[in-house]
Write a protein that binds this ligand. Structure first.
Ligand SMILES: [Zn+2]
Length: 316
């Protein structure tokens, strides 16, 4: 969601270079994850043939509307043919129930209390997106088993806001470098991740090793039983992480904002990222598409939309 926020700041006449040095996404403490065995992408591919042991469910929490420039890079000539217009986006989280490790959420949904924790610039930016909450994480949690852990795709506020509604003891995992990623804009936005993570324990950082086959930057067998895999897919953010879930009803690939829309996945449109992240973002998107193409049984879940032909909560 960085583009509308940038536009707003420019519109308000702020000098983006207000700070000489970059501010990290969060100053929340980070420790090494206590889960995740380094593996090769071929190990993950082999696991697809085994019967799944976890259940999987996608939950829609909120909807918002953004101009296409929020999702595709209008400065990139590859997007020249895409007409002007807006895209409907959904904030999702995913519920995994493992017979031994219990319940895990991928991303965290939304909280009604988020607004109060944001500074006025960030709050106004969120209002510009016309976010319509369908259910908060607190509402979803009522009558449910609370998750013991949240596996984040990344730290942007629309993926972590629901942590406010989850027990402070919930263990939170994320990709390497995600917390520390610096940007001058973080200072102006008042570090929303810090505000959301207040009171939570340290973030647990996935310890990826290079994938021996080079299909991804790194692959982790999260529980050591082939049921859930973490994939390093940097670009949208420094520590962007995708998850492959070997569910009872078939394998699911949760790509996060490595590819957030159908324009990105189906038409290969590049997303707006800083120039320094362009190569990584394009490479990560291509690697995910290649994996899905090679394994057509895998159902793909994009960051903010349903794939064409797949059942989704409408409108998204
Ligand atoms: Zn994002």
């Amino acid at each position: 969601m960085s583009r509308p926020i940038m536009s707003l700041l420019v519109g308000l006449g702020f000098a983006i270079a207000v700070s000489a040095c970059a501010t990290p996404t969060t100053r929340h403490p980070v420790i090494a994850a206590d889960l995740g065995a380094p593996a090769a992408s071929s190990d993950m591919a082999t696991s697809l043939a085994r019967p799944g042991v976890v259940t999987f469910q996608r939950v829609a929490f909120a909807h918002w509307t953004g101009g296409r420039g929020t999702f595709i890079d209008r400065d990139d000539p590859r997007t020249a043919e895409v007409p002007q217009g807006s895209e409907e986006a959904t904030i999702y989280a995913y519920v995994i129930d493992h017979p031994r490790f219990g319940r895990v959420l991928i991303d965290a949904g939304v909280s009604a209390e988020l607004d109060d924790r944001l500074n006025w610039i960030m709050r106004r930016s969120v209002r510009d997106l016309n976010v319509r909450i369908e259910r908060t994480t607190a509402q979803w949690l009522a009558g449910q088993t609370a998750p013991g852990a949240v596996f984040l795709t990344h730290l942007h506020f629309d993926h972590v806001g629901g942590l406010i509604d989850l027990p402070l003891a919930t263990a939170v995992y994320l990709g390497p470098g995600e917390a520390q990623e610096g940007s001058r804009i973080n200072l102006l936005l008042g570090s929303p991740a810090d505000a959301i993570l207040e009171g939570h324990g340290p973030l647990r950082e996935w310890a990826f090793q290079p994938d021996p086959e080079g299909d991804f930057d790194g692959v982790l067998d999260v529980f050591g039983d082939g049921s859930v895999w973490a994939l390093s897919v940097p670009g949208h953010s420094a520590g962007s992480t995708a998850y492959m879930v070997n569910a009872i009803d078939g394998p699911k690939l949760i790509v996060g904002d490595a590819v957030s829309t159908r324009l990105g996945w189906e038409d290969g449109m590049p997303q707006p990222v800083p120039a320094a992240a362009r190569a990584a973002a394009d490479r990560s998107a291509e690697r995910l598409r290649r994996f899905a193409t090679a394994h057509p049984s895998v159902e793909v879940f994009l960051g903010h939309q349903s794939r064409t032909g797949q059942p989704g909560t409408q409108p998204d």
